[in-house]
Write a protein that binds this ligand. Structure first.
Ligand SMILES: Cc1cc2nc3c(=O)[nH]c(=O)nc-3n(C[C@H](O)[C@H](O)[C@H](O)COP(=O)(O)OP(=O)(O)OC[C@H]3O[C@@H](n4cnc5c(N)ncnc54)[C@H](O)[C@@H]3O)c2cc1C
Length: 454
């Protein structure tokens, strides 16, 4: 049998992981990235962009045989540290004792995967190759190179792993019966920085994800290994307050003084940074199908751009790769069946995490600062500890339970919410939440609620 070939468009984290998986199944892979090689040219201008990777992402990499080296550079975050308006702090654990999500550098993990891809004999990496066209019947792709020339690349199959603004996906609009929706969130974001202390130490608690929840907007901070924190300010595009509304330096200063007074002790030139930056939009993309003519597929953000409020975008993209990796073996390289199984199993999960992520803005920006919400989490955690077989909190299903598909987590999470609404409505729940009666009630409720819903 001749060795079949793939073109992977986009050398981001998902494209690099996919290329490795395909190469290890014996395919010849051309990995084409529009930007220069970040390992040789700094394309991030010295700013670290960090993200939270959770068990889903790590397990997916393991399934493809990637060693856990990346974890050595990652920082575990065991809880959210909530910064109230008055400067007081509280903690909400992410899961059971020892459960953590991990702060990693996006650039770092991308570079590690590119290094592994480079070492695979079957993969050739091409930078400064920007896709401009694709033939969905033949999988032939056309790239514009950094030198202004165009090259056509032939392959048996192709994947668009070219991110939230995917060109492959945009070109697929001409495909018959292609469904597409793009929805902008009210919020945009800018990144800010908290530098390390003079001795290189973290100036805020290191092993936590910090949140300043302010209802319609919020600031978050994730730790970096060099002692700094990458912060993200999420706020509405328009309205009051908003990126559009805050135009004058004095207004921006007053905004930070009013809402983020304790963070001002640490943030590096937040007002100048705010004035200098253009807030980036956040949007959701739903498309179907994810494959065309059994020749071309979409993967990662190209298939399902979601909002970052659950910290799952990259985790989900890595899981796409791991599922595909399994399907190649299961269907013995029959790409007609592989593409069909891939899009039919992954699409409902992509939709589910998109929905969960959208909902989580309210949880992060508003509820996380609400004492009743914190109590709700405490009750759930207590019950889950006592009955792990009956109750895994939604956050843990999504983040720490890769064996539970996102769609199932969404379904069960909705039932749990109904149950918890009833518990929180009990009289004096603040005082009696840890009494045996409440736990017994909770024990009885799940089947009652499940019974009602089924
Ligand atoms: C503010 C923010 C915070 C986030 N936080 C988290 C988090 O905590 N946890 C998490 O799991 N996810 C998070 N995400 C999501 C995560 O960053 C993405 O899901 C992930 O980067 C998707 O990887 P990808 O490889 O599919 O796409 P990308 O990372 O976008 O990579 C796509 C690649 O394709 C290249 N490309 C684009 N067009 C072309 C073209 N025409 N030709 C060739 N190459 C092209 C791009 O240059 C890029 O290198 C966050 C996202 C944002 C915006």
């Amino acid at each position: 049998m001749t060795q079949k070939s793939f073109t992977v468009v986009g050398g981001g984290p998902v494209g690099a992981l996919l290329a490795i998986s395909l190469a290890r199944h014996g395919y010849r892979v051309g990995l084409y990235e529009g930007r220069p090689d970040s390992r040789r040219t700094s394309i991030y201008q010295g700013k670290s962009i960090n993200i939270a990777l959770s068990d889903r992402g790590w397990t997916s990499m393991e399934r493809i045989g990637i060693p856990e080296d990346a974890k050595a550079q990652a920082i575990p975050m065991y809880h959210r540290t909530i910064h109230d308006l008055d400067g007081s702090l509280s903690r909400i654990p992410y899961g059971q004792e020892g459960d953590a999500i991990w702060s990693v550098s996006r650039e770092g993990i991308n570079q590690q995967l590119l290094d592994i891809a480079d070492a695979e004999a079957n993969i050739s990496c091409h930078f400064q190759h920007r896709l401009v066209d694709i033939d969905f019947a033949t999988a032939t792709t056309t790239f514009e190179t950094g030198f202004g020339t165009q090259v056509a690349v032939e392959a048996d199959f192709a994947f668009g792993a070219d991110g939230a603004n995917s060109k492959v996906r945009r070109l697929a609009h001409s495909f018959p019966r292609f469904s597409y929706s793009q929805t902008y969130m009210p919020q945009c974001y800018i990144e800010l920085n908290i530098p390390a202390g003079a001795d290189g130490s973290h100036r805020l608690e290191k092993n936590a994800l910090h949140i300043w929840p302010r209802k319609d907007f919020m600031l978050i901070a994730l730790p970096n290994p060099d002692g700094s924190f990458t912060c993200t300010l999420f706020m509405n595009h328009s309205g009051d307050p908003s990126f559009e509304g805050l135009k004058e330096e004095a207004q921006v200063q007053a905004f930070f003084d009013t809402y983020f007074a304790d963070a001002l002790d640490y943030l590096e030139d937040p007002v100048d940074e705010f004035m200098a930056r253009v807030a980036a939009p956040l949007f959701l993309v739903h498309v179907f199908p994810w494959s065309f003519n059994h020749k071309v597929g979409l993967i990662g953000d190209a298939a399902h751009a979601i909002v970052p409020y659950y910290g799952q975008g990259m985790n989900c993209g890595f899981e796409d790769c791991a599922e595909l990796n399994d399907l190649i073996g299961q269907y013995d390289h029959d790409w007609k069946r592989i593409f069909a199984a891939y899009e039919n199993t992954r699409k409902p999960n992509g939709d589910a995490i998109a929905e969960l992520a959208k909902r989580n803005f309210v949880e992060m920006s508003d509820l996380s600062g609400d004492p009743m919400f914190q109590l709700r989490k405490k009750i759930e955690a207590r019950f889950s500890e006592a009955h792990p077989d009956l109750w895994i909190p939604l956050y843990s299903m999504v983040t720490f339970s890769p064996e539970i598909p996102y769609a199932e987590a969404l379904r069960v999470g909705d039932l749990q919410e109904t149950v918890m609404d009833q518990i929180m409505a009990l009289p004096n729940i603040e005082q009696q939440w840890d009494q045996p009666g409440v736990m017994e009630r909770l024990h009885r409720l799940p089947s009652e609620v499940l019974g009602e819903k089924q």
